[in-house]
Each structure stands twice: as C-alpha cells, then as structure tokens.
Design a protein around this ligand. Structure first.
Ligand code: SF4
Length: 407
C-alpha cells in the first residue's frame, strides 16, 4: 500500500436533518453538508428550516466543524428570481461554504455579496485538470470531482492545479454521470436534476415482446430482483491511503437520506481510517473498518466505479442490511438509566450493541436491557419506535451511544 505523505483530508459527512448533523459531528466529521427548504438536490430529505440552520451553525461552531450549505439544483429561467430571493434570505447565515452545480447559481451567490466560499458539486462532472483550473479561475474554491474520475485522473488534477479537490469515498452511485439523468423524470415525473430523484434505476423491470402484450419476462440477474440499471455502492476504505497520497483535500460520504446511525458510523470509520492511513495501525484496523461499513445498510460495494462498467457488466445488487438501528442515548437520568430515543422496538432482556465515537480506543460493546420505563415512569415490556424511554442497562451506557441489533 502507498504510504500517504500528504496532510489528512477533511471528512465531509451527510446531514439529512439536525439529529444526523449532530451525530455526524460527534462521531468524527470535520464538516457536514445540508440543505435548506429550497434549491438543494434532496427535496425528499427533512431539510433544514431557518431555526434548524441557526442551531446547526451554533453546534458546528462549538465543536469546530465546518458547514457546507447546498444550493446545488439546476436553474431553469423561471427559477432565477426565486433563487436570488432565497440567497438574499440566507445571506446572514455564516456558512463556511455553499455548494453549487449551476454556474448561474454561482453568479447569483457572488452578486449577492455573501461571504461564503463556493464549492462546485460533483453534478458538474469535473474529470480533468483543465476543467478544475477553469472553475478555480472562475472563483470556485473547491471542486468535488465526478465520481467517475479514476485515481490516475485525480493524481493528474492534483499535480496540475492548486484548487482544493474533494472526492466521494462512500455511498450510492448512479448509472448516469452523477444524477445527470432523466430516467426518474421520464418514469415518475420527478427530476433528479432538481433534487427529486425517485431512484427509478433501482425499480424492478421486465421485458415485454411487442406482440405478447401482458407477458412480462423477468431479466433474472439475482435471486431478489431485476434492477438491471442499478449500480453498486462506492466504498474506498481499502484504497484510502492511495487517495490520500493522491493529494485530495476532502473525502466525501454520500447519504443524506440514510439514518443517524449511517451518518455517524461512516463518519467515525473514515475519520479514524484517514488518521491511521499510512501507519501500521491502518492495516491492523482494516478488518474492523470493513466490518463496520458492512454493518450500515448498503448495496454490494465497489471501489472502482469507472471500471465497474468494463467487462464484468453489472453483478447482483440486492440491498444489504446486517444491523438494525435501534436508537440513541440522549442523556442519563439521576439513577443511571439512559434516556433513549427509539427508532425500532426494544424489549427487556435483549442485548444490544452500542457504538461510540472512537477516542484512543474503540469502546463499542454489548449492553443488556434490564428495564424499560415510558415517559410516565411506568415499567413497560416494549419500547415503541420514535419515542423517548428510560432504559436501565446492565451498566451505565453514557450519552450519545448509538444502539444497534445485528440481523
Ligand atoms: S434514476 Fe438512478 S441513475 Fe438516474 S439520477 Fe436517480 S439514482 Fe441516478
């Protein structure tokens, strides 16, 4: 493995809502990206209200994390006045950077006089140093390269430009150039370029011969589905040292629609791995990193999106879920019980795994549920999802632990 000689890149984590943002930061993200109620590319996500944005900025400042605000939708002519108004309304928020895809949006940001740095989204499909130089000279501070850029291309970009570069290291991929795709709009009237992708490429398809209407022929690619267009997920953990050595400034994790558990665990694993890359500790920890990334929901992983399409074609792409996110500890009561926000049902006498931010050592462990009390203080035999319970474990859990159960 190449030994990285460069500085540790920033870990950039997804924050689909305020809870996910807080856990991503507590678990190791150096910066987080999130969208407001307009003009970002995930209109299905619980996007941030103005109140959420204020709280997110205070939280990130307190914990020394950077903030990247998403304004990365593509603008039609009719969208321009609303985008200009929205930028004016957001101008007072001290984001570290704003992410754009459309040069028109960038022009509106610059014209507004807002002091934010500008990051260019992967949606612009930047693949080479000439394009990076072009955007850098045009005033872009950081370019998120296309996910299709190979390691060799990343090295070429680094060696021939001074601009900050960011690459995706983990998460879902498209079969089109990062969302520049009309399939969802065609099939469901939902435009991926305006933040509303229905992931139509992952639906089940069958073939129908013209003269045999109603006779649907499955295209059997694997036992659980026929997602003939669906891509594997990206996971660069095994090759992280090479990417760091190539000189990237930031490593990005995809997944604003995923759970708190996903945001937190991917942030902590990539943060820890980036800190260890190039030391004997990295190789020692690699099985742990791999196992933890296998325990967040994902499709089969690939480390080579570009060459994935050569020769082999698409392999099976069932969704893999090996652990269930049960909840997190939001505090500790005076008697040592944990205040647990639940996401799935929890019962007495079951053993849950808890994960924690990695400090000097990995503190992850198993905890036995001894007693559950509801908000009235009554002992119950089931903690239902989406509520706060007081749970006594066989020993004190502490705050900000994330609870999961292996499936
Ligand atoms: S339909 Fe699939 S390929 Fe197209 S933008 Fe959505 S996720 Fe990407």
């Amino acid at each position: 493995m190449t030994v990285p000689s460069r500085k540790r890149p920033e870990i950039v984590a997804p924050a689909g809502n305020l809870e996910k943002l807080k856990f991503a930061v507590l678990y190791g993200a150096d910066s987080v990206y999130f969208g407001g109620e307009e003009h970002n590319l995930r209109i299905q996500s619980d996007n941030f209200t103005r109140g959420d944005i204020g709280e997110a900025l205070d939280f990130c400042k307190k914990h020394g994390a950077g903030t990247i605000f998403l304004m990365n939708s593509f603008l039609h002519e009719k969208d321009i006045p609303a985008a200009a108004r929205y930028i004016g309304e957001m101008k007072g928020f001290p984001f570290d950077a704003v992410m754009v895809s459309d040069p028109g949006m960038m022009a509106l940001v610059r014209e507004s006089g807002a002091p934010w740095k500008v990051h260019l989204s992967t949606q612009m499909s930047t693949l080479n140093h000439l394009a990076v130089r072009f955007w850098h000279r045009a005033g872009v501070d950081r370019i998120v390269l296309a996910r299709e850029a190979t390691l060799e291309e990343i090295r070429m970009v680094r060696d021939n430009t001074d601009a900050e570069i960011e690459v995706f290291v983990h998460g879902a991929l498209c079969v089109a150039y990062s969302g520049r795709c009309l399939l969802s709009r065609f099939m469901a009237g939902r435009d991926a370029n305006r933040g509303d992708c229905a992931q139509a490429c992952r639906w089940r398809y069958s073939l129908v011969e013209e003269k045999r209407e109603g006779s649907h022929l499955d295209i059997i690619e694997h036992a659980s589905g026929t997602e003939i267009l669906s891509s594997k997920d990206l996971c660069l953990i095994d090759r992280l040292a090479e990417y760091i050595d190539a000189g990237v400034d930031a490593l990005k994790i995809e997944g604003r629609m995923k759970s708190i558990y996903y945001s937190a665990n991917t942030a902590r694993i990539y943060r820890h791995a980036a800190e260890c890359a190039g030391t004997p500790g990295f190789e020692k920890n690699l099985p742990f990193y791999r196992e933890e990334l296998d325990l967040v929901s994902h499709r089969p992983y690939t480390a080579d999106v570009f060459n994935e399409f050569d020769g082999e074609g698409f392999g099976p792409v069932p969704y893999i879920r090996k652990a269930m996110f049960m909840g997190y500890s939001a505090g500790t009561a005076t008697d040592g019980a944990s205040l647990v926000k639940t996401f799935n049902p929890i019962r007495p006498n079951e053993t849950l795994e808890a994960i924690f931010p990695i400090t000097d050592t990995v503190q992850d462990d198993r905890f036995l549920v001894k007693e559950i009390r509801d908000s009235e203080g009554t002992i119950v035999d089931l903690a239902r999802p989406n509520a706060l319970y007081r749970i006594t474990f066989d020993r004190e859990l502490g705050e900000n632990a994330i609870l999961r159960k292996r499936l």
